[in-house]
Design a protein around this ligand. Sequence first.
Ligand code: IPD
Ligand code: CA
Ligand code: CA
Length: 254
Amino acid sequence: MLAFAKEIIVDAGEILKHHFNSPLEIKTKSTNRDLVTQADIEAEKFIISAIQEQFPNHAILAEEHGEIGISDYIWLIDPIDGTTNFAHSHPMFCSVIALAYHNEIILTAIYDPLRDELFSSEYGKGAFLNDQPITVSSNFTLASSVLVTGFPYDRATNPKNNMKEFCKIMPQVQGIRRSGSAALDMCYIACGRLDGYWEFHLNPWDFAGGVLLVREAGGKISNVDGSNWSITSNNVIAANKELHQEILEVLNHD
Ligand code: IPD
Ligand code: CA
Ligand code: CA
């Protein structure tokens, strides 16, 4: 199943590359900041058809098409994670596919088509970038770390918009990035390009695959309040084990 996921996510990347930097039909969804383009729809349709052909009894939860079917196996799909970047011809986005079995993520494939970087993992078998093993960073203190985070689309009206947390942690770290792709943020944690990540108000297709990847790369995952992460969580802290504790403490103390 992982080989299948890797193959279709790379094929979906061809669809993204075809549309990138070309005129796009851009529509809005939940807020006027939450975008969808014809590339999101086309790539998602392609991935859904491939899954339905190969695994007709499996269920799907896809960002643009919602829930399809009922099964112990659920494929999570984000055809473009980083749609705002994509719509602005900003080269930071990826496609994500993850498979859950009995609500545990068992495999994931995340593909950045512009850099030809394929992140993959299977439960208990490690994390990989283009088939080479990856591990989280060994920066254990906030002062030596570069973190990454994101802000929800409804940040103008939602009081839990991460601004307070951002302001608390910013003075203590070497730097903070906002890439615009939660999935790539977690890939970069898994391979040590970034040290720690937290975010609120995510959907399972944004980050469930990244959770497995970071764990398999030796990192620690929890909800922002320190409780155990599950597939129904909508927030996360991801980092190496030592830094995870540091981030947890800062985010949860006034
Ligand atoms: C978004 C990105 C972004 C995160 C948002 C997500 P989309 O996904 O992952 O980094 O901050 O919360 O919704 O809309 O580009 O698929
Ligand atoms: Ca997303
Ligand atoms: Ca998306």
